[in-house]
Design a protein around this ligand. Structure first.
Ligand code: FAD
Length: 402
């Protein structure tokens, strides 16, 4: 690559959450640029938390580690150093105070992701970053592999080349590709730098099952279920959609399910099968309610869901036989489905896999082989649970790289 004389102190690739957190935090002097391949910044950030942006989680940062699977321990230092409390303060300083919901999720008090985006853009401009839209970074110079003195040369989709002292890669994963993060930059990294990647996989995706019975119950949610598959169990809220299961418990199990596997749902996770059976048996003689009404009120289940559990939902509880009763208890507490697939990258909230943490100096998020190239956010092989953990990592990794 024949590099132009145009030289920058810092170039960020990708104006998503991590790139913008970086730009908003980097107050150093110099010529600085963010290159974004789509026409708009922060498209995924705007979608986050249903447009409200669940930016982080409350409680001790120590409790965050378990929410990044087996990689959590590796990013401990980065999270502790730039914690959820620091992120709250950072947003407060940017005139976006946060509020904590009873479930521990933190949002901007305005409940508008757009306020987070606007504040980050304003800080980035104040810090001297220029923005280049509709332009992708398509290559990194083989010849100047990040020697601190040479900087790095990058090529752009408009045919230009630029040199920069510091390159920050914030190109995201491969989920929701319409937002711009389609995983294609991973191919550039593999081709141009000898950097190890772990395979990209959808994570936090809806789960589809054969003969899904709840299409017409779309929108019904449960506060607390357990879902099990392949030796993993997740507990939490679950949502019925018109095509399959979603909501935190199902999104979390999605990375462990495979077509053909058995998925088990327990809608009454605090109860014991034998006790539930006994409760219903004891209630039978004196109860004149229809079975669906009884199940909905006794076990706090959505009425429409309770109606689905029995072929004749209006039949009186007292008329239900022993075998039928056993079957109903199983449908509530040990409901088995055969997995047909998951939502894939189009519907997955995050991507598992990316630049291997073995390649990283996690003290400053630089590549060990190329100290002036940094990688932050979802481009790295880190993915968190729902609840604000992914945006927290975007922030913590970005701050660590500044
Ligand atoms: C529907 C949805 C809801 C979510 N809700 C939440 C939530 O409430 N809380 C939470 O913590 N997380 C949430 N997430 C996850 C969170 O949004 C992501 O983890 C986070 O946005 C990742 O930030 P990032 O900057 O690493 O990547 P991204 O935000 O994906 O940004 C990457 C950017 O890089 C650009 N880019 C890619 N390649 C190039 C290139 N070659 N040249 C130039 N630019 C390039 C892309 O166009 C994109 O703008 C949600 C995700 C989705 C899809």
């Amino acid at each position: 690559m024949n590099c132009s004389d145009t030289e920058y102190n810092c170039i960020i690739v990708g104006a998503g959450a991590a790139g913008l957190f970086y730009a908003a935090a980097d107050e150093t002097e110099g010529r600085k640029l963010i290159i974004e391949k789509t026409s708009r910044p922060g498209q995924k950030l705007l979608m986050s938390g249903n447009g409200m942006c669940n930016i982080t989680h409350g409680g001790s940062i120590k409790d965050f580690i378990a929410h990044y699977g087996d990689k959590g321990a590796k990013i401990r230092t980065c999270l502790y150093k730039h914690s959820n409390l620091e992120l709250m303060q950072f947003m407060e300083n940017a005139a976006v105070p946060l509020t904590e919901r009873p479930d521990g999720k933190l949002f901007p008090a305005s409940m508008r992701a757009a306020d987070v985006l606007d504040a980050l853009l304003a800080k980035a401009y104040r810090n001297g970053f220029a923005f280049l839209y509709d332009c992708a970074v398509t290559g990194i110079d083989e010849g100047s592999k990040g020697n601190a003195s040479d900087g790095v040369c990058i090529s752009l989709s408009d045919g230009r080349t630029l040199r920069t002292q510091k390159l920050v890669i914030a190109t995201g994963g491969a989920s929701y590709p319409a937002t711009g993060s389609d995983g294609s930059f991973m191919e550039v990294l593999k081709r141009d730098l000898d950097v190890k990647m772990t395979a990209l996989k959808p994570a936090l995706a809806p789960v589809f099952v054969e003969n899904y019975p709840y299409s017409n119950l779309s929108g019904i949610s449960f506060d607390d279920v357990t879902v099990s598959c392949g030796g993993h169990t997740e507990r939490g809220p679950m949502l019925l959609t018109h095509k399959g299961f979603s909501g935190p418990a199902m999104l979390h199990i999605s990375q462990y399910v495979k077509p053909g596997a058995q998925l088990t749902i327990n809608y009454l996770p605090d109860q014991n099968i034998a006790d539930v059976y006994r409760t219903i048996r004891d209630d039978q003689p004196a109860n004149s309610k229809g079975i669906a009404n009884y199940l909905a009120s006794e076990f706090d289940l959505p009425k429409a869901f309770a109606e689905k559990l029995f072929s004749v939902p209006s039949r009186k509880l007292s008329s239900i036989g022993h075998k039928e009763l056993e079957n109903i208890v199983h449908l509530m507490m040990d409901r088995k489905h055969t997995v047909s697939g998951t939502g894939g990258f189009k519907e997955a909230m995050v991507t598992a896999g990316g630049v291997s943490l073995e390649e990283m100096n996690l003290k400053n998020m630089s590549l060990i082989k190329y100290p002036c190239i940094h990688v932050i956010g979802e481009a790295l092989d880190i993915n968190g649970d729902t609840g604000g953990y992914n945006l927290q990592f975007a922030y913590s990794s970005a701050r660590t790289a500044v």
